[in-house]
Design a protein. Structure first.
Length: 258
């Protein structure tokens, strides 16, 4: 899946027209054990931003962690340059202008590995701060370790359809590294799960259906995961992969001070 994502990024940054299959807009709720994905409004997730190319195609998502800084996935810039993309806040879809900023600096984790997506995290510094409002807000970075049996309260990102819309998925159980590795072995999936990653419950494949870089929120209304996706998405019995934001705190704090 990540190989395919990288290929898409190459074409996007070259401004080549892409054709995308439409994704189901909504899943019914039959019980509390099922997951709910719906098209949301940006006021419900005002910390979410889009990384658009100059044709207004949403390449990746991000999270506003200060008025002038965005948290996202490092692999969004494996093929793209910062000048290829702009940050758009306050917009529910790519048809809305929102509040736009250019990227002045890109900070990638020093130990990011584009082959395994270990430490897949980046911080963007904007050319000027965002003015905060009802549709543009900052969110705190994860302040406590993710524990076994924790849940992501919501995962926010954009569906890669012809007219990209904000997607919000509610409560999903999290699998930590050991459990995720065991699950991969059980399903005979060749994927490297490192200590910089967490997985979600395999019944929910949100990380496989939205663009990379979006936020997975924990109970304290903090961003605790970054959508990566993963080669695991090739197998329908396996889950998507997220960067563990708590493990990235030192890098994030250093980037905010740079």
């Amino acid at each position: 899946m990540l190989v395919r994502q990288k290929t898409v990024l190459v074409f996007v940054c070259l401004v080549v027209a892409l054709a995308s299959a439409d994704i189901a807009r909504r899943h019914d709720i039959a019980s509390r054990d099922q997951f709910f994905q719906h098209l949301g409004k940006i006021k419900n997730a005002p910390f979410s931003v889009q990384l658009r190319n100059h044709s207004d195609y949403i390449v990746c998502a991000g999270t506003l962690i200060s008025p002038q800084h965005v948290l996202t996935a490092a692999h969004c810039f494996d093929e793209c340059k910062t000048s290829d993309l702009k940050v758009v806040a306050g917009a529910s879809s790519n048809t809305e202008a929102g509040v736009q900023r250019e990227i002045s600096q890109l900070f990638k984790h020093d130990e990011y590995n584009p082959s395994t997506f270990h430490n897949d995290v980046a911080v963007l510094k904007l050319d000027s701060p965002m003015e905060l409002s009802e549709t543009v807000e900052v969110i705190k970075v994860c302040s406590a370790p993710i524990a076994a049996k924790d849940e992501f309260q919501a995962v926010v990102g954009w569906l890669p359809t012809k007219q990209e819309h904000l997607s919000i998925t509610s409560k999903m159980p999290v699998m930590l590294q050991d459990e995720c590795i065991q699950d991969a072995k059980t399903e005979a999936i060749e994927v490297e799960i490192t200590n910089s990653m967490v997985c979600n419950d395999p019944r929910d494949r949100t990380a496989c259906s939205i663009v990379a870089g979006g936020a997975a929120m924990c109970a304290m209304r903090e961003v605790c995961g970054i959508v990566v996706g993963g080669s695991a998405c090739k197998n329908e019995k396996f889950s998507g992969v997220y960067t563990n934001v708590y493990e990235m705190r030192d890098f994030i704090e250093k980037s905010l001070k740079a």
